[in-house]
Structures are given as structure tokens and as C-alpha cells.
Design a protein around this ligand. Sequence first.
Ligand SMILES: *Cc1c(COP(=O)(O)O)cnc(C)c1O
Length: 418
Amino acid sequence: MDNGKVWGFKPNANISLDSSSTIRGILGMLMDSRDHKEERPVIPLGHGDPSSFPIFRTSQVAEDAVAEALRSANFNSYSPSIGILPARRAVADYLSRDLPYKLSPDDVFLTIGCIQAIETTLAVLARPGANILLPRPGFPLYESRAAFSNLEIRHFDLLPENNWEVDLDAVEALADENTTAIVIINPGNPCGNVFKYEHLKKIAETAKKLGILIISDEVYGHLTFGSNPFVPMGVFGSIVPVITVGSISKRWIVPGWRIGWIVITDPKGVLKETKIVDCIKGCLNISTDPATFIQAAIPKILEKTKKDFFSNILAIVEESAEICYNEIKEIDCISCPHKPEGSMFLMAKINESLLEDIIDDMDFCFKLAKEESVIILPGTLVGLKNWLRITFALDQSSAREGMGRVKAFCKRHAKQLQ
Ligand SMILES: *Cc1c(COP(=O)(O)O)cnc(C)c1O
């Protein structure tokens, strides 16, 4: 009823109301647009959560650790806002294995998955007027959270012709005195690339020259199967301060357990001196913590998981990546510039000129979902129009079936060359 009152409330304009602008939103819309919901099982090549496939069950050690922590009744209370000490120590030790120096528990802050680590880090850096450098293509949560915190976004490109390395000239051209940080995601989502040691070092040197810090998203750390080994950015922490964000969600395939970390890899103590560390603590003080019993399970999970759990998962992911990559080679209208070497994704480019009635990546993905019950994320969602982001974190028969349907779809929509 109109009572003539002008309401004093309005929604926060920094939060997008358009669900088709988020990965979750668009994947939901694609699922709804399938024509053959009953007869044809959906092949989910869109999202990065393989935990629904039985072959991706997490390790027994991890399940036992959580059950034990829960049953002990010792972890029913609130945790300190930065996380409980044994868990922070375990994360410090786990990450120190790959670093030239040793992290202390004081360098570690536990978060509700890697997502809260990202939210917190961006909030901490969002002083008025500041800007942040984000990769394109990238992980759109960074854009959403930066916008939410009024942090200006500037994009640099990852170069497909250089195995998705950072365009460092562009980074130098973009940065100014208000730039606070550059984000890298390694191993890469969405490109499936793994940065070489030398390239990481150049990124560190560029950041040092610009006086900015590096946020290194290593949520896919160790999920590599190509010739480039995983090198954490923290290795270059003495060149430039690094904030590493990560979690157990991807390597242990338990994204629903919601535990991750912010780790300061900064042996020179720059982030302490500049009060960034205090600000992280302050930010975590006014938010909530991962479930205490999950925190309590972390030492066992990180220390006791057997090597064969990881090698088994990697073998499955590698074989499915191989299937997707080889199938794409057989399809004329899409191409993948680089064989994936890590994470759970690859990017494939659509050649629209070979397609009859498909105008762009959105159109491609909606028609594909409708006709074939295959869900693929349009590249637009990760910043690259007319590309596709395909996940290969699924079992081999699903990968084969999914790519087979993509092939049939492309054939059906191919332009007839006279
Ligand atoms: C999945 C993902 C995250 C979020 O990880 P959670 O631990 O599930 O919160 C962060 N960054 C990237 C690049 C991801 O792919």
C-alpha cells in the first residue's frame, strides 16, 4: 500500500543484483535451460567441485581426524579469531616444506575457506582511493569482493601465447601510487597453467619495483601434473612481501569443510611494520571463524595424509585433462592454446566464424546445455568473451561423454562450407 512515505533504505549498490554475472548464478541458469532433464544425465564441465564423484572421496585420514576431533568434545567452544594454535602451527609447517625459510604460527590466520581469506585480504587493503591489479582471465570473486570494498579494479592480461604468463609490461603501465597489490592465481584457475620459477621471480621483482605486495592464490597448490613443478610465491618473500591464500578445499576435495588460511610470507617483516598484519587481525576480530572441530583436525590432515591419496587424485585429474585436451583437438570450432598442467580447468577458444547460428560464448553454452545437457562456463564470466572454461576434475567416463556431446553439438552447428 502506498502511504506516501519515501523509504529511507536502498540496497548497497556495490553488490550486483544480476545473478547472471556470477559463476553460481550462470551455472544455475544453464542447469535450468536443459531440454532433456529426465532422460539425459547432466555432465558438469562448469564448476570446480569434484566431491560429488565417488572416485574423488577425500582421504580416510582426513575423515577420521574430523570425527575424532568432534567426538573428543574438546572443540565445542569458540576459537580465537585467528584460529587455534595447533592448527596454525600445522599450516606453518606444511607450507614451510616448500620455502627457503620457516614460517611461524604467527604468520598464519585461519579462515572460512580460501574465500574468506580473499575477502579479508581485500578488505584490509581497501583504503579510500586504492586500486588492485587483477588477472584477466581470473576468478570473479576477486572482482566482486573488490567492488564490495570500494577497491578500484585494474586488469592485466594473462597471455595465451606465452602459456598464460602475466603481461608484466601491462602491469607496470597500470600501476600508480595508489596501487596496493597484484593478485596471481597459481596453479591457474581458469587456465590450468603453472608458472615457472623464473616467471614468478620476475613478477616479484616487478612488484618490488612498483612498491606493491603480491596476493598469491595457491588454493590449487600441488595440484600439478605437467613439466612445471608448483613453486609457491612465498619463495620470493625476501624480494617482496607476499600474502598467500589457500585452503584444503581443492587438494583434499572437501570444499564444504570450509577451512583455509591467510599466510604472511614476508621474512623481512614489511607487513608487520606497515601494520597490515594488525589490520588482518582486526578484520578477523569482527568476523567469524571456521568451525573449531575442523580446525582441530587440521594437524592430522596436513601431516598424516598418505602420498598415495594425492598421487591417485592427480592421476585421475591428469587423465581427464588429457581426454578433454585431446577431444578439443578433434573439434574444429574450439581450440585450447596450451595443454593444462595443473588446477582443475582449461580455457578453450571458440572460433565463431566456423559456427552457423551461435553468436558468442553465452549463446554457445546456453544452446549446449539445452540440447546436450552439458554445462560449461562461458568465458565472459572469467573475463574472456568467446572462450569457454572447462573443468576436467571429473571421472574419465564423464569427461569422455561430455566432450563427445560437445563434439556432436559443434558438428550440428558448424557452418556448411560450399
Ligand atoms: C575454489 C577457489 C577458491 C575458494 O576456495 P574455498 O577454499 O572453497 O573457499 C579461491 N580461489 C580460487 C582460484 C578458487 O578456484
